[in-house]
Design a protein around this ligand. Structure first.
Ligand code: URA
Ligand code: CA
Length: 434
């Protein structure tokens, strides 16, 4: 096989076979096929697309390029959730304990990463003593005992994807649905999930800004998952404004605690119940979605969801009493309200820019070396559609610096208030199954 012939085939709209895709991914991972040939191929894919079969093959070749996590010693169907990324997205913190409380095994491998706030592990580390440096055997044992554990990223998962993603980043080929879908799915599958629930965000703060693009990405991932033997479904949810009220690490832990008690923000609660119901259903812990939802609501109301969170934190060295005394989480020195300049209705909260404001306070990492300030962040006091009086707080800023003019400026630029009444955006746009 010669790489040049495969590039030509794809350039002219042909379909690559299983063996051809395997040849490309193996050669690229090993370094026998150079970047410039793979660049040409990704550009050809960008214009010609990929068939369903090609997408499944590309995904599995990337899965097989590195280590795969073996979760077979964990009892039950392991369902993983993946979000395409948003701002102040506290769902993972809530969903883990929530579905664990009704018997779904949650075996999560998580990283830190860059972003507006830290990743799930950073947020959990706001809980004094909590750590994810645990042995694989302990991880498996904890999931079997408590139904939930989180371990830090280790091993060499999907090296082909790492290389390909970095190459796409500098060759203007990130934005290709088949390449994005196989990239995301390869990582989930290598991490050992039996079934996958996808939360595909749509709107200003999301990777996919239009509903049409979000739907296409969601369908692509759902097809790949099911074609390679993992039950997969997707929810398309709104990210035209941040989810919930809190954006920050300790702040989101507090928000997660409230939500696990059934006292959280309406949008965050609804999204967790929707995604959670699908997880419970795919894990075969309920025979219908409505039964699954009832189980989750009950777990919020009878304290078992919160208890699962406490047990989980303590099982990994954390101070579980924080669950009952969230005021003991790291606290910022200053709490500063951002007053509305005019009365009216909130019409826009540009999610990614507001996320950047949280990052400027120190809540997230701009570079891999940045150190996160767990205490700082933002609390939205108003969401889209809410009425606000002149001088009333739009946001409370939790800061450890006194001078936050830049943050205030950014927030004013990205939160709009109009005279006309505005309705709140739809939260759940669509659910996509095969
Ligand atoms: N996220 C990924 O993991 N891969 C992509 O290709 C795009 C977004
Ligand atoms: Ca939030």
């Amino acid at each position: 096989m010669r790489m040049v012939d495969l590039i030509e085939k794809k350039r002219d709209g042909g379909e690559l076979s299983t063996e051809e895709i395997q040849f490309i991914i193996d050669g690229y991972t090993e370094g026998t096929i150079p970047d410039y040939q793979v660049s040409a191929l990704t550009m050809a894919i960008f214009f010609q697309g990929m068939s369903e079969q090609e997408r499944a093959n590309l995904t599995m070749s990337m899965v097989e390029s590195g280590d795969q996590i073996d979760l077979s010693d964990i009892n039950g169907i392991k369902v993983d959730k993946h979000s395409t990324g948003g701002v102040g997205d506290t769902t993972t913190l809530v969903l883990g304990p929530l579905v664990a409380a009704v018997g779904v095994p949650v075996a999560k491998m998580s990283g830190r990463g860059l972003g507006h706030t830290g990743g799930t592990i950073d947020k959990l580390e706001a809980v004094d003593g909590f750590h994810v440096e645990i042995e694989k055997e302990d991880f498996i044992r904890l999931v079997n005992e408590n139904k939930i554990a989180v371990i830090g990223q280790s091993g060499n998962l999907t090296p082909a994807d790492k290389k390909l993603y970095a190459l796409r980043d500098v060759t203007a080929t990130v934005n290709s649905i088949p390449l994005i879908a196989s990239s995301i799915m390869s990582k989930k599958i290598a991490a050992g999930a039996d079934a996958i629930v996808l939360d595909v965000k749509t709107g200003a703060g999301a990777f996919m800004k239009s509903l049409e693009d979000s739907r296409e990405l969601a369908s692509a991932m759902v097809s790949i998952g099911n074609n390679v033997g993992r039950k997969t479904m997707a929810v398309i949810s709104d990210m035209s404004q941040p989810l919930g009220y809190m954006i920050g690490n300790a702040l989101e832990v507090k928000e997660a605690i409230d939500t696990l008690k059934g006292e959280g923000p309406e949008d965050l609660t609804e999204l967790c119940l929707t995604l959670g119901s699908h997880m419970v259903y795919l894990a075969e812990q309920a025979s219908t979605l409505s039964e699954a939802r009832e189980m989750l609501i009950k777990a919020m109301n009878d304290g078992s969801a919160l208890k699962a969170f406490k047990v989980f934190l303590e099982s990994q060295g954390g101070n579980g009493s924080l669950v009952d005394q969230p005021e003991k989480l790291p606290q910022a020195k200053y709490k500063i309200d951002l007053p509305a300049k005019e009365a009216g209705f909130v019409s826009e909260i540009v999610a990614d820019e507001v996320g950047t404001a949280a990052m400027l306070l120190g809540a997230g990492r701009a570079t891999k070396e940045s150190i996160i300030d767990l205490a700082v962040g933002l609390e939205l006091k108003k969401k889209i559609g809410d009425e606000v009086m002149k001088g009333e707080a739009l946001v409370t800023i939790y800061s450890n610096q006194e001078d936050i003019e830049e943050v205030k400026q950014k927030l004013y630029e990205n939160i709009s208030v109009t005279k006309e009444k505005v309705s709140a955006p739809t939260l759940i746009h669509e659910e996509i199954t095969l």
